[in-house]
Write a protein that binds this ligand. Structure first.
Ligand code: SF4
Length: 256
């Protein structure tokens, strides 16, 4: 068992569901190291937000990027040294607002990197402003009368943009999250895992999602784009988890 801990003091709110993502990632790294992945070849990248503290707590190579530029940085690292296993972390504000144009192009060119999004539907670090995935009516610092906007469906955007691996996970199930993380890292091409990660301080959706999430059955993942899009856009009270779409395509670094 490799110890991926660091001596950095953790400053997330006590009980934050980010702790679960951290634990799942460290366990995934440990499993992957046992399967031949070199600890020294991992690079994790993060942007700005509560998620952005995660590299401080994991003992692998890391790069702290600018707000919304984590995916662009990860792409550059991978293009510079294709032998590295590059994993980017982002928040929903980071990835789906400032960073969305980078995601679209990373998916389009099938950059061989993995992106884990801590999707808590709020800007947590700056105390609760609305993000692209906040639900309509969300009341926060920037929307005291409720957000008038419908939320973005980021997985639909990324499937349409050409992503070759699309998954959704639930932060409060770290065992399943670990397995999904491992599959995403092993996928050759652009892989995204949208992790539902309730912010217990500014948007505590734990009870809301607890009875809504369910895992897709064994017929999934599908390589059928239309079925995947239908599942991602399904207008249902339930929230499907797991690998929704996976195909193989030439990756960017091979085309360079
Ligand atoms: Fe976690 Fe929210 Fe606190 Fe950030 S503000 S550490 S997401 S509970």
């Amino acid at each position: 068992m490799i110890d991926f801990s660091t001596k950095a003091k953790n400053t997330w709110c006590p009980g934050c569901t980010n702790f679960s993502i951290l634990a799942a990632f460290k366990n995934a790294l440990n499993d992957l190291a046992g399967e031949g992945y070199s600890k020294d070849n991992f690079v994790m990248v993060a942007g700005i937000g509560c998620h952005g503290k995660i590299p401080d707590y994991v003992d692998i190579n890391s790069f702290m990027s600018l707000h919304g530029r984590d995916v662009a940085s990860a792409e550059g690292i991978k293009a510079g040294n294709p032998n590295l296993t590059v994993v980017s972390f982002a928040g929903d504000g980071d990835a789906y607002a400032e960073g969305m144009e980078h995601l679209v192009h990373a998916a389009k060119r099938n950059a061989n990197i993995t992106l884990f999004v801590h999707n808590n539907q709020v800007f947590g670090l700056t105390t609760g402003q609305v993000t692209p995935t906040s639900p309509k009516g969300y009341r926060g610092r920037s929307t005291p009368f409720g957000s008038p906007e419908e939320p973005l469906n980021p997985l639909a955007v990324l499937l349409a943009s050409g992503a070759t691996f699309i998954a959704r996970a639930w932060a409060l199930d770290p065992d399943k999250l670990k397995e999904i993380m491992k599959r995403a890292v092993k996928h050759k091409g652009f892989s995204i895992v949208d992790i539902i990660q309730p912010c217990i301080t500014f948007s505590d959706t734990r009870a809301h999602f607890k009875d809504k999430v369910f895992y897709l059955d064994q017929n999934w993942p599908t390589n059928d784009w239309s079925k995947a899009m239908q599942k991602i856009r399904e207008n249902s009270d339930k929230v499907p988890l797991g690998v929704i779409y996976e195909i193989n395509k030439p990756v960017f670094e091979e085309q360079l």
